[in-house]
Design a protein around this ligand. Structure first.
Ligand code: ADP
Length: 262
C-alpha cells in the first residue's frame, strides 16, 4: 500500500541520515587526531631556539592549524545539531570559575589587539547555577571572540546581569558590547545563517567560516533562551543573550575582580 511505501521511504531516509552522521563524526575524529599532532609538534619547534624565519613559519602553522581545528569542531557540532543528536546536559557549575576561565581566554586576544576588555558581573549572581556549562561557555567564547575579531580599536565589554523569575529561577543576561565595525541593518537577518558571512568586502582579511553564530543561536534556543543584536554600522555592536537557569547555590558571588583572579 501507499502507506507502507511512505513508511519504508521514511525509514530509508532515517538510515541514510544516521549513516551520514556516523561518517561525519568518525571523519571529524580522524581529522582532529593528526591536526592535534601537528599543533603539538609545532609548539615544540616554537619552544626551541630557532631562527626568526622558522619561528614566523611556525606561528603561521599554529594559526592555520587552530583555524582548521575550529572548523572541524564547528562542522561536527552542526551535524550533531541537524541530526537531533546534540544534547543539552545541565549540571551544577561554579559561576565564578567559569567566568574566570572565559575572561582569561578573551583577555589574551584583546591584549594582542590592544583592545580594552571590561568585565562587569552582577554581585547578585549565584555562586552556582544549573546549566550546560560547556555550551554556555562555548556560546560566550564565540560572541566574545567575534567582538575582538571585528573591532580594530576601543573596547569589548562583557556584562552579566541577573534577575529572579517567578519560578524561583535566575534569568541571566549576558551582554557583549564592542566598539568595532558594526553590522548594516539589512545584514542583521543573515547573521545566524550557517556559512553566511556579511560585509565580506571589508571582512575578507578576517578569518572565519560563518558557522559560529549559527551554532550559537541553535544552542541558545535548545536551552530555551534568546539572542538579540543591536548594532550601529561603523560604531559597534551589542549581542545580548538571555538564559534562565536554576539556582544551585543561593550564595551570591559578590564583587568579582577577575583581573586579580588570574
Ligand atoms: P565568522 O566565522 O565569519 O566570524 P559568525 O557566524 O561568527 O562567522 O558571524 C557571521 C558574520 O557576522 C561574520 O562574518 C561578521 O560579518 C558578522 N559579525 C559577527 N560578529 C560581529 C561583530 N561583533 N561585529 C561586526 N560583525 C560581526
Amino acid at each position: 500500500t501507499e502507506k507502507e511505501i511512505a513508511e519504508q521511504q521514511k525509514k530509508e531516509i532515517e538510515e541514510l541520515n544516521k549513516a551520514q552522521n556516523t561518517f561525519f563524526s568518525s571523519m571529524s575524529h580522524e581529522i582532529r587526531t593528526p591536526i592535534n599532532t601537528i599543533i603539538g609538534l609545532n609548539e615544540m619547534i616554537l619552544r626551541e631556539d630557532v631562527s626568526d624565519e622558522v619561528a614566523d613559519d611556525a606561528r603561521n602553522i599554529r594559526s592555520a592549524s587552530k583555524m582548521l581545528l575550529q572548523l572541524i569542531n564547528d562542522i561536527l557540532d552542526m551535524s550533531k545539531i541537524e541530526s537531533g543528536r546534540m544534547e543539552i546536559t545541565s549540571v551544577a557549575y561554579d559561576t565564578g570559575a567559569m567566568l574566570s576561565d572565559l575572561v582569561a581566554m578573551v583577555w589574551i586576544r584583546a591584549k594582542e589587539k590592544n583592545l580594552a576588555f571590561h568585565v562587569d558581573v552582577d554581585p547578585m549572581l549565584p555562586m552556582a547555577l544549573y546549566g550546560d556549562e560547556v555550551r554556555i561557555k562555548q556560546i560566550l567564547i564565540n560572541i566574545l571572540n567575534n567582538a575582538v575579531k571585528y573591532t580594530q580599536e576601543g573596547s569589548v565589554t562583557l556584562s552579566i546581569q541577573c534577575k529572579r523569575t517567578q519560578k524561583g529561577k535566575m534569568l541571566v543576561t549576558y551582554s557583549v558590547a564592542d566598539t568595532g565595525m558594526g553590522i548594516k541593518k539589512e545584514n542583521i537577518p543573515y547573521l545566524f545563517t550557517a556559512f553566511k558571512r556579511v560585509d565580506e568586502e571589508k571582512n575578507r582579511h578576517i578569518e572565519g567560516t560563518g558557522l559560529g553564530l549559527s551554532i550559537v543561536k541553535q544552542f541558545v534556543e535548545m536551552m530555551g533562551g534568546t539572542i538579540t543584536v543591536n548594532s550601529i554600522y561603523t560604531k559597534g555592536s551589542t549581542f545580548v543573550i538571555e538564559l534562565e537557569q536554576d539556582i544551585a547555590d543561593e550564595q551570591e558571588i559578590g564583587e568579582l575582580n577577575l583581573e586579580t583572579r588570574h
